[in-house]
Write a new protein. Structure first.
Length: 390
Protein backbone atom coordinates (compact mmCIF):
# COMPACT_ATOMS: atom_id res chain seq x y z
CA UNK A 1 0.00 0.00 0.00
CA UNK A 2 1.38 3.39 -1.01
CA UNK A 3 2.10 5.77 1.88
CA UNK A 4 1.47 9.15 0.28
CA UNK A 5 3.67 11.17 2.65
CA UNK A 6 6.77 9.09 1.84
CA UNK A 7 7.43 10.88 -1.46
CA UNK A 8 5.22 13.94 -1.02
CA UNK A 9 8.27 16.24 -0.90
CA UNK A 10 9.33 15.30 -4.43
CA UNK A 11 12.21 12.94 -3.59
CA UNK A 12 12.09 9.25 -2.63
CA UNK A 13 14.04 8.55 0.59
CA UNK A 14 15.95 5.26 0.54
CA UNK A 15 17.53 4.18 3.82
CA UNK A 16 20.42 1.69 3.96
CA UNK A 17 21.97 0.41 7.15
CA UNK A 18 25.62 -0.33 7.86
CA UNK A 19 26.80 -3.50 9.57
CA UNK A 20 26.95 -3.51 13.41
CA UNK A 21 30.04 -1.69 14.67
CA UNK A 22 31.06 -0.24 17.99
CA UNK A 23 30.44 3.50 18.29
CA UNK A 24 33.18 5.74 19.72
CA UNK A 25 30.61 7.20 22.12
CA UNK A 26 29.42 5.78 25.45
CA UNK A 27 26.09 7.59 25.87
CA UNK A 28 23.94 6.26 28.72
CA UNK A 29 20.72 6.52 26.70
CA UNK A 30 21.97 4.71 23.59
CA UNK A 31 20.71 1.13 23.04
CA UNK A 32 23.23 -1.58 22.27
CA UNK A 33 22.07 -5.00 21.06
CA UNK A 34 24.00 -7.91 19.55
CA UNK A 35 23.98 -8.04 15.75
CA UNK A 36 22.33 -4.61 15.56
CA UNK A 37 24.05 -1.28 14.78
CA UNK A 38 24.69 1.00 17.75
CA UNK A 39 21.70 3.18 18.79
CA UNK A 40 19.19 0.94 16.99
CA UNK A 41 16.92 -1.81 18.30
CA UNK A 42 15.90 -5.19 16.93
CA UNK A 43 12.57 -5.26 15.08
CA UNK A 44 12.86 -1.69 13.77
CA UNK A 45 11.79 -1.82 10.09
CA UNK A 46 15.15 -0.63 8.72
CA UNK A 47 17.03 -3.08 10.95
CA UNK A 48 14.87 -6.02 9.89
CA UNK A 49 15.41 -5.17 6.23
CA UNK A 50 19.17 -4.88 6.74
CA UNK A 51 19.36 -8.20 8.60
CA UNK A 52 17.36 -9.88 5.84
CA UNK A 53 19.92 -8.59 3.33
CA UNK A 54 22.88 -9.60 5.49
CA UNK A 55 23.73 -5.89 5.86
CA UNK A 56 24.75 -5.89 2.21
CA UNK A 57 24.42 -2.30 0.94
CA UNK A 58 23.65 -3.15 -2.69
CA UNK A 59 21.05 -5.76 -1.77
CA UNK A 60 19.31 -3.29 0.58
CA UNK A 61 19.13 -0.71 -2.23
CA UNK A 62 17.80 -3.23 -4.74
CA UNK A 63 15.18 -4.48 -2.27
CA UNK A 64 13.96 -0.98 -1.43
CA UNK A 65 13.76 -0.01 -5.10
CA UNK A 66 11.61 -3.07 -5.82
CA UNK A 67 9.33 -2.45 -2.86
CA UNK A 68 8.97 1.29 -3.43
CA UNK A 69 8.29 0.81 -7.14
CA UNK A 70 5.76 -1.91 -6.33
CA UNK A 71 3.97 0.49 -3.99
CA UNK A 72 3.64 3.04 -6.76
CA UNK A 73 6.38 5.44 -5.64
CA UNK A 74 8.68 7.03 -8.23
CA UNK A 75 12.29 5.90 -8.02
CA UNK A 76 13.89 8.17 -10.61
CA UNK A 77 15.11 10.60 -7.90
CA UNK A 78 16.22 9.11 -4.60
CA UNK A 79 17.94 10.39 -1.49
CA UNK A 80 20.23 7.77 0.00
CA UNK A 81 20.20 7.86 3.79
CA UNK A 82 23.07 5.98 5.43
CA UNK A 83 21.98 4.72 8.85
CA UNK A 84 23.75 2.68 11.49
CA UNK A 85 25.47 4.93 14.02
CA UNK A 86 28.65 6.90 13.45
CA UNK A 87 29.39 5.86 9.87
CA UNK A 88 32.54 8.00 9.64
CA UNK A 89 34.10 6.07 12.56
CA UNK A 90 33.92 2.82 10.58
CA UNK A 91 37.05 1.51 8.80
CA UNK A 92 37.70 3.88 5.91
CA UNK A 93 37.86 1.11 3.30
CA UNK A 94 34.46 -0.15 4.41
CA UNK A 95 33.00 3.35 4.04
CA UNK A 96 34.12 3.65 0.41
CA UNK A 97 32.92 0.12 -0.45
CA UNK A 98 29.54 0.74 1.17
CA UNK A 99 28.88 3.96 -0.74
CA UNK A 100 30.11 2.47 -4.03
CA UNK A 101 27.86 -0.57 -3.57
CA UNK A 102 24.88 1.77 -3.13
CA UNK A 103 25.68 3.59 -6.38
CA UNK A 104 26.26 0.31 -8.21
CA UNK A 105 22.82 -0.93 -7.13
CA UNK A 106 21.18 2.32 -8.28
CA UNK A 107 22.99 2.05 -11.61
CA UNK A 108 22.18 -1.60 -12.14
CA UNK A 109 25.81 -2.41 -12.92
CA UNK A 110 29.13 -2.63 -11.12
CA UNK A 111 31.72 0.09 -11.76
CA UNK A 112 35.46 -0.19 -11.26
CA UNK A 113 35.66 2.83 -8.92
CA UNK A 114 33.42 5.06 -6.86
CA UNK A 115 34.11 8.01 -9.17
CA UNK A 116 33.04 5.95 -12.17
CA UNK A 117 29.88 4.84 -10.34
CA UNK A 118 28.99 8.46 -9.49
CA UNK A 119 29.52 9.60 -13.09
CA UNK A 120 27.39 6.74 -14.40
CA UNK A 121 24.63 7.62 -11.95
CA UNK A 122 24.25 11.09 -13.45
CA UNK A 123 22.37 9.50 -16.34
CA UNK A 124 20.90 6.48 -14.56
CA UNK A 125 17.20 5.69 -14.27
CA UNK A 126 17.53 5.87 -10.48
CA UNK A 127 19.54 9.01 -9.80
CA UNK A 128 20.93 9.77 -6.37
CA UNK A 129 19.99 13.45 -5.95
CA UNK A 130 20.92 13.49 -2.26
CA UNK A 131 23.10 11.49 0.09
CA UNK A 132 22.72 11.82 3.85
CA UNK A 133 25.26 10.66 6.45
CA UNK A 134 24.82 10.58 10.23
CA UNK A 135 27.78 11.42 12.45
CA UNK A 136 28.87 12.96 15.73
CA UNK A 137 30.24 16.51 16.07
CA UNK A 138 33.61 15.11 17.15
CA UNK A 139 33.72 12.89 14.05
CA UNK A 140 33.25 15.71 11.58
CA UNK A 141 36.65 17.30 11.04
CA UNK A 142 38.55 18.15 7.83
CA UNK A 143 39.41 14.50 7.06
CA UNK A 144 35.82 13.33 7.47
CA UNK A 145 34.50 16.24 5.41
CA UNK A 146 36.95 15.54 2.58
CA UNK A 147 35.78 11.93 2.59
CA UNK A 148 32.10 12.92 2.50
CA UNK A 149 32.77 15.16 -0.48
CA UNK A 150 34.29 12.17 -2.27
CA UNK A 151 31.22 10.09 -1.40
CA UNK A 152 28.96 12.75 -2.95
CA UNK A 153 27.20 13.49 0.34
CA UNK A 154 24.86 16.48 0.38
CA UNK A 155 23.34 16.42 3.87
CA UNK A 156 24.83 15.61 7.28
CA UNK A 157 22.83 14.79 10.39
CA UNK A 158 24.78 15.71 13.53
CA UNK A 159 23.97 14.06 16.85
CA UNK A 160 23.83 17.30 18.84
CA UNK A 161 21.04 16.32 21.31
CA UNK A 162 21.47 19.41 23.57
CA UNK A 163 23.61 22.53 23.97
CA UNK A 164 24.95 22.09 27.48
CA UNK A 165 28.36 20.70 28.48
CA UNK A 166 27.08 19.65 31.92
CA UNK A 167 24.43 17.48 30.26
CA UNK A 168 27.03 16.09 27.86
CA UNK A 169 29.26 15.09 30.80
CA UNK A 170 26.36 13.54 32.72
CA UNK A 171 25.25 11.34 29.82
CA UNK A 172 28.88 10.70 28.80
CA UNK A 173 28.32 12.11 25.35
CA UNK A 174 32.04 12.47 24.75
CA UNK A 175 32.10 15.84 23.00
CA UNK A 176 31.47 19.50 23.83
CA UNK A 177 29.32 22.36 22.58
CA UNK A 178 32.46 23.81 20.98
CA UNK A 179 32.69 20.63 18.85
CA UNK A 180 29.13 21.32 17.66
CA UNK A 181 30.05 24.90 16.71
CA UNK A 182 33.16 23.76 14.82
CA UNK A 183 31.45 20.92 12.95
CA UNK A 184 28.47 23.08 11.99
CA UNK A 185 30.70 25.79 10.55
CA UNK A 186 32.89 23.40 8.58
CA UNK A 187 29.89 21.63 7.08
CA UNK A 188 28.24 24.86 5.97
CA UNK A 189 31.50 26.20 4.52
CA UNK A 190 31.71 23.12 2.30
CA UNK A 191 28.12 23.33 1.14
CA UNK A 192 26.45 20.57 3.15
CA UNK A 193 22.93 20.85 4.49
CA UNK A 194 23.19 20.54 8.28
CA UNK A 195 20.49 18.86 10.34
CA UNK A 196 20.62 18.30 14.10
CA UNK A 197 19.29 15.40 16.13
CA UNK A 198 17.72 17.03 19.19
CA UNK A 199 16.70 15.21 22.40
CA UNK A 200 14.51 17.13 24.87
CA UNK A 201 14.19 15.48 28.27
CA UNK A 202 17.76 14.25 28.70
CA UNK A 203 19.13 13.59 32.22
CA UNK A 204 20.18 16.86 33.81
CA UNK A 205 17.71 18.93 31.83
CA UNK A 206 14.30 20.45 32.61
CA UNK A 207 11.46 21.59 30.35
CA UNK A 208 12.54 25.20 30.92
CA UNK A 209 16.18 24.46 30.07
CA UNK A 210 15.12 22.46 27.00
CA UNK A 211 13.15 25.43 25.72
CA UNK A 212 16.02 27.83 26.46
CA UNK A 213 18.45 25.60 24.55
CA UNK A 214 16.01 25.33 21.65
CA UNK A 215 15.75 29.11 21.50
CA UNK A 216 19.55 29.33 21.48
CA UNK A 217 19.62 27.08 18.40
CA UNK A 218 18.13 29.93 16.42
CA UNK A 219 19.19 33.04 18.33
CA UNK A 220 22.90 32.15 18.40
CA UNK A 221 24.47 32.46 14.96
CA UNK A 222 27.02 29.75 15.86
CA UNK A 223 24.26 27.17 15.30
CA UNK A 224 21.13 27.85 13.20
CA UNK A 225 20.85 24.40 11.58
CA UNK A 226 18.94 23.82 8.35
CA UNK A 227 16.86 21.04 9.85
CA UNK A 228 15.92 19.18 13.02
CA UNK A 229 14.88 15.71 14.04
CA UNK A 230 13.11 16.00 17.38
CA UNK A 231 13.79 12.86 19.39
CA UNK A 232 12.20 13.14 22.86
CA UNK A 233 14.30 11.08 25.28
CA UNK A 234 12.99 7.56 25.72
CA UNK A 235 14.15 4.96 28.21
CA UNK A 236 15.05 2.02 25.99
CA UNK A 237 15.45 -1.48 27.38
CA UNK A 238 19.04 -2.56 27.88
CA UNK A 239 20.52 0.92 28.22
CA UNK A 240 22.29 2.33 31.24
CA UNK A 241 19.50 4.90 31.37
CA UNK A 242 17.06 2.07 32.07
CA UNK A 243 19.09 1.26 35.18
CA UNK A 244 18.97 4.91 36.24
CA UNK A 245 15.22 4.93 35.65
CA UNK A 246 14.62 1.80 37.76
CA UNK A 247 16.84 3.19 40.52
CA UNK A 248 14.91 6.46 40.56
CA UNK A 249 17.89 8.49 39.28
CA UNK A 250 16.09 9.55 36.11
CA UNK A 251 12.44 10.35 35.49
CA UNK A 252 11.23 11.03 31.94
CA UNK A 253 8.77 13.84 31.28
CA UNK A 254 5.11 12.82 31.32
CA UNK A 255 3.31 12.89 27.97
CA UNK A 256 1.56 16.19 28.66
CA UNK A 257 4.80 17.97 29.54
CA UNK A 258 6.61 16.64 26.48
CA UNK A 259 3.78 17.43 24.07
CA UNK A 260 3.57 21.01 25.36
CA UNK A 261 7.35 21.33 25.04
CA UNK A 262 7.25 20.12 21.43
CA UNK A 263 4.51 22.66 20.70
CA UNK A 264 6.69 25.41 22.19
CA UNK A 265 9.69 24.32 20.10
CA UNK A 266 7.69 24.09 16.88
CA UNK A 267 6.29 27.55 17.59
CA UNK A 268 9.73 29.19 17.56
CA UNK A 269 11.28 27.36 14.60
CA UNK A 270 12.15 29.89 11.86
CA UNK A 271 11.17 29.47 8.22
CA UNK A 272 14.61 28.30 7.08
CA UNK A 273 14.45 25.11 9.20
CA UNK A 274 12.83 21.78 8.28
CA UNK A 275 11.57 19.52 11.08
CA UNK A 276 11.77 16.15 9.35
CA UNK A 277 10.81 13.90 12.25
CA UNK A 278 9.24 13.92 15.71
CA UNK A 279 10.02 10.77 17.78
CA UNK A 280 12.33 7.90 16.88
CA UNK A 281 11.07 4.76 15.16
CA UNK A 282 11.59 2.32 18.05
CA UNK A 283 9.17 -0.58 18.60
CA UNK A 284 7.00 0.08 21.67
CA UNK A 285 8.00 -3.12 23.43
CA UNK A 286 11.57 -1.84 23.77
CA UNK A 287 10.46 1.43 25.40
CA UNK A 288 10.51 1.24 29.20
CA UNK A 289 9.70 4.89 29.89
CA UNK A 290 8.83 8.03 27.93
CA UNK A 291 6.66 8.58 24.88
CA UNK A 292 5.72 5.68 22.66
CA UNK A 293 3.63 7.43 20.00
CA UNK A 294 4.49 10.11 17.46
CA UNK A 295 3.80 13.63 18.63
CA UNK A 296 3.52 15.43 15.30
CA UNK A 297 -0.23 14.99 14.90
CA UNK A 298 -1.09 15.89 18.50
CA UNK A 299 1.28 18.86 18.49
CA UNK A 300 -0.27 20.09 15.24
CA UNK A 301 -3.78 19.78 16.71
CA UNK A 302 -2.86 21.77 19.82
CA UNK A 303 -1.14 24.45 17.80
CA UNK A 304 -4.27 24.82 15.69
CA UNK A 305 -6.37 25.18 18.84
CA UNK A 306 -4.07 27.98 20.00
CA UNK A 307 -4.04 29.71 16.65
CA UNK A 308 -0.34 28.94 16.08
CA UNK A 309 1.08 27.55 12.85
CA UNK A 310 4.46 25.86 12.54
CA UNK A 311 6.59 27.78 10.03
CA UNK A 312 9.08 24.97 9.38
CA UNK A 313 9.73 24.03 5.76
CA UNK A 314 8.01 20.63 5.95
CA UNK A 315 4.77 22.07 7.34
CA UNK A 316 4.70 24.68 4.54
CA UNK A 317 5.59 22.45 1.59
CA UNK A 318 3.15 22.45 -1.31
CA UNK A 319 2.59 18.69 -1.20
CA UNK A 320 1.55 18.62 2.45
CA UNK A 321 -0.76 21.59 2.08
CA UNK A 322 -2.30 20.25 -1.13
CA UNK A 323 -3.00 16.96 0.65
CA UNK A 324 -4.73 18.92 3.43
CA UNK A 325 -6.75 20.80 0.77
CA UNK A 326 -5.35 24.17 1.75
CA UNK A 327 -6.18 27.07 -0.53
CA UNK A 328 -3.24 28.11 -2.73
CA UNK A 329 -2.37 31.52 -4.07
CA UNK A 330 0.01 32.85 -6.69
CA UNK A 331 3.68 32.21 -5.85
CA UNK A 332 6.11 35.08 -5.47
CA UNK A 333 9.81 35.17 -4.70
CA UNK A 334 10.73 35.70 -1.03
CA UNK A 335 14.25 36.36 0.21
CA UNK A 336 15.50 35.70 3.73
CA UNK A 337 19.03 36.68 4.84
CA UNK A 338 20.59 35.68 8.14
CA UNK A 339 24.03 35.27 9.69
CA UNK A 340 25.14 31.75 10.59
CA UNK A 341 28.43 30.05 11.43
CA UNK A 342 30.61 32.93 10.34
CA UNK A 343 28.92 33.54 7.01
CA UNK A 344 25.76 34.97 5.50
CA UNK A 345 22.98 32.61 4.49
CA UNK A 346 20.42 33.50 1.83
CA UNK A 347 17.21 31.52 1.38
CA UNK A 348 15.33 32.27 -1.84
CA UNK A 349 11.89 30.70 -2.03
CA UNK A 350 8.68 30.81 -4.03
CA UNK A 351 5.72 31.16 -1.68
CA UNK A 352 2.14 32.36 -1.81
CA UNK A 353 0.62 34.85 0.62
CA UNK A 354 -0.01 32.05 3.14
CA UNK A 355 3.69 31.01 3.03
CA UNK A 356 2.95 27.82 1.11
CA UNK A 357 6.35 26.73 -0.19
CA UNK A 358 6.71 25.75 -3.87
CA UNK A 359 10.50 25.66 -4.07
CA UNK A 360 13.66 27.00 -2.46
CA UNK A 361 17.32 27.71 -3.02
CA UNK A 362 19.68 27.89 -0.05
CA UNK A 363 23.08 29.49 -0.52
CA UNK A 364 25.98 30.68 1.58
CA UNK A 365 27.85 33.89 0.77
CA UNK A 366 30.91 35.57 2.32
CA UNK A 367 32.37 32.08 2.31
CA UNK A 368 35.64 31.47 4.17
CA UNK A 369 37.22 28.18 3.21
CA UNK A 370 39.61 26.75 5.80
CA UNK A 371 43.17 26.34 4.57
CA UNK A 372 44.51 23.01 3.41
CA UNK A 373 41.19 21.56 2.24
CA UNK A 374 38.93 22.21 -0.69
CA UNK A 375 41.34 24.43 -2.57
CA UNK A 376 39.82 23.14 -5.80
CA UNK A 377 36.91 25.49 -5.05
CA UNK A 378 39.24 28.46 -5.61
CA UNK A 379 37.92 31.89 -4.67
CA UNK A 380 34.23 31.06 -5.04
CA UNK A 381 32.26 33.70 -3.07
CA UNK A 382 28.92 31.83 -3.07
CA UNK A 383 28.08 28.17 -2.63
CA UNK A 384 24.61 26.71 -3.22
CA UNK A 385 23.78 24.29 -0.42
CA UNK A 386 20.27 23.25 -1.46
CA UNK A 387 17.89 23.45 -4.41
CA UNK A 388 14.47 21.87 -4.08
CA UNK A 389 11.25 22.19 -6.09
CA UNK A 390 8.20 20.78 -4.33
Amino acid sequence: MKKSTRTISGVTPLAVMTRPMKCPGQCVCCPTYPEVPQSYTPESPAVLRAIGCGYDAAEQVRLRLRVLSGMGHPTDKVELIVMGGTFLAAPVGYQYRFIKDCFDALNGEVSATLEEAKRLNEGAGCRCVGLCIETRPDWCGPEEIARMLEFGATRVELGVQALDDDIYRLIRRGHSVSDVVRATRLLKEYGFKVHYHWMPGLPGSTPQLDLEMAKRLFSDSAFRPDGLKLYPTMVVAGTELEQWYREGRYLPYDDETMINLIVEIKSIVPGYVRISRVLRDIPARFIVGGLKDSLRGEAKRRMKERGIECRCIRCREYGHRARDKREMGEPRMVRMDYQASGGREVLLSFEDSNETLFGLLRMRVDLRLPGGLGQEFGERPVIIRELHIY
